[in-house]
Design a protein around this ligand. Structure first.
Ligand code: HEM
Length: 483
């Protein structure tokens, strides 16, 4: 054998040894799960076909293994294992680049949601104040007002008209009509009131950034800096172009706000950067996380909330009556959690979660899931459909949209039987701001219009699905008729 062959064998043995050291139990023990598929393990099926994959992968039992590129990840599916996993939830962490590799790491690797330990605590202290419950309540009138104006202007987004052919009855694409509203409202929460030019510029950059998402999911060469540089210069150029425009945009917006003597939250974040408490990539990537990464999440929730209510006459009637009874104080109504409105919100997130498999996190302890021992540091995913829908807790009509089911349930009963905003200290930072935005839009929409589905039940699961983003939003059209 030539020297080269010996070197190759040596490298293979070293790689195997390192892999076993690194991934331990998960490699040595046999855990059932789908086969690793080129080019990225199970990531593509998990993201682009989550609902069908969740059904299909039941064949591997209640605990099984997926692959994120070279990393094994464990899926749990029962409330018992969910409870076990959550027992140390406040100490959970996130693996390096969420196991997605180099390209995603370049875009989001330093954002708040990817940090652990003390550095995560430091980051949360910077961004938390804008998103606390009291901060969200303090902004509720602004949000409600913006929702009213947005709804009044909806005829401008019409894709067709009703029988009379006037603006009193028109059709809308649900996915297209409602994405910008939560986006710019969240943006205003951070940047203060924005000019039209700033909004246009932000939207243009957002589309550039969204166009990078396929590189995260495809994996393969994009998991490694060197391979991406060697094989795809365009992917690198697009990444650097976005980075430089995103940086420039924020320099300019801070300059403008300072010139006008305004102090929206972006100024406080920038001061943390100037004082060295956070660095520029941490700041800019967290702003991406708050705005761009979450755009598909909140748009998903809005489109399903509206679609499901529009398609259920009794639920819709009850909602319209409740809204009418609360017209004197819509702001307060939106913040409450003991309303039919809130139950509709929770129920729509239960049956149409924005992601079928959670992004995942790891425990620092060995976890025993139904006899499967999982090494500390291994990424654990929850099959949300298994918990929110297939779970016997929800009874034989678990797939039905029935908000009244929450009337008699205590929050302690719900803890491990539904997943919506996450668990423990890594729970969604934007949950109050997001809930208010979603509810304010729904309240104004259903109080001004009679809303029905224009083209019902075309897809196998009963509803049209818009797969243009990384979440499966409701697709199809609505017919709105002025009340
Ligand atoms: C209704 C819409 C939303 C839902 C259902 C939602 C849900 C979630 C979930 C499940 C997590 C945990 C993810 C994980 O396991 O890794 C999370 C984390 C997070 N969310 Fe949201 N989210 C929503 C909207 C938003 C918005 C609008 C923002 C920003 C303004 C936001 C900011 C965050 C942040 C920063 C984290 C990471 C928290 C941390 O790791 O400390 N979310 N969200």
């Amino acid at each position: 054998m030539s020297v080269l062959s010996w070197v190759a064998i040596g490298l293979i043995v070293a790689c195997l040894y390192w892999s076993i050291l690194h991934w331990g139990i998960a490699i040595l023990e046999r855990i059932a799960g789908p086969k690793w598929r080129i080019p990225n393990g199970s990531i593509i099926e998990r993201f682009t076909n989550g609902r069908a994959s969740s059904e299909n992968w039941q064949q591997y039992g209640s605990v099984y293994r997926l692959w994120s590129g070279p990393h094994p990840e464990i899926v749990i599916t029962t409330p018992k294992d969910f409870k076990n996993f959550s027992s140390d939830a406040n100490d959970h962490g996130k693996p390096h680049n969420m196991n997605f590799g180099w390209y995603l790491g370049q875009v989001l690797g330093q954002c708040l949601g990817f940090h652990n330990g003390q550095s995560w605590v430091r980051m949360r202290k910077v961004f938390d104040p804008t998103f606390t419950h009291s901060a969200a309540v303090a902004r509720i009138e602004t949000v409600e007002n913006a929702a009213r104006i947005y709804v009044e202007r909806l005829p401008r987004l019409a894709t067709g008209f009703g029988e009379k052919g006037d603006a009193d009855s028109f059709e809308l694409s649900v996915a297209e009509a409602f994405a910008k509203f939560p986006y710019f409202l969240t943006a205003c929460t951070i940047y203060g009131a924005m000019t039209e030019a700033e909004e246009n510029n932000l939207w243009r950059m957002t589309n550039k950034r969204i166009a990078l998402v396929p590189y995260f999911v495809i994996g393969g060469p994009y998991r490694f800096g060197l391979a991406t540089r060697l094989f795809d210069h365009t992917a690198i150029r697009r990444l650097r172009e976005f980075e430089s425009e995103w940086t420039e945009f924020h320099h300019r917006i801070v300059q403008e706000r300072r010139k006008q003597g305004e102090r929206p939250p972006i100024i406080a974040y920038w001061e943390h950067y100037e004082s060295g408490n956070i660095n520029l990539p941490e700041l800019l990537q967290t702003l991406d996380e708050l705005l761009i990464l979450n755009l598909d999440v909140i748009a998903h929730v809005i489109t399903w909330f509206i679609t499901l209510v529009a398609d259920h006459d009794t639920v819709k009637e009850e909602l319209c009556e409740e809204i009418a009874a609360n017209q004197h104080d819509l702001s307060q109504y939106i913040t409450k959690s003991d309303t039919h409105l809130h139950r509709c919100f929770t129920e729509s997130m239960r049956i149409q979660p924005f992601t079928i498999f959670t992004p995942g996190e790891y425990s620092n302890q060995v976890k025993n899931f139904d006899g499967v021992l999982v090494k500390p540091g291994t990424q654990i995913l929850l099959d949300v459909l298994a918990i929110n829908v297939r779970n016997p807790f929800w009874g034989p009509d678990s797939e039905a949209f029935k908000p009244s089911r929450f009337k008699s349930l205590k929050s302690s009963e719900l803890r491990y039987n539904v997943h919506s905003f996450g668990i423990g200290s890594r729970k969604c930072m934007g949950q109050y701001v997001a809930s208010h935005i979603v509810k304010a839009l729904v309240v104004n929409l259903f109080s001004k219009y009679d809303v029905v589905l224009a083209n019902k039940h075309e897809e196998a699961h009963g509803y049209n699905v818009d797969k243009s983003g990384w979440t499966p939003k409701a697709g199809g059209s609505l017919l709105l008729t002025k009340k």
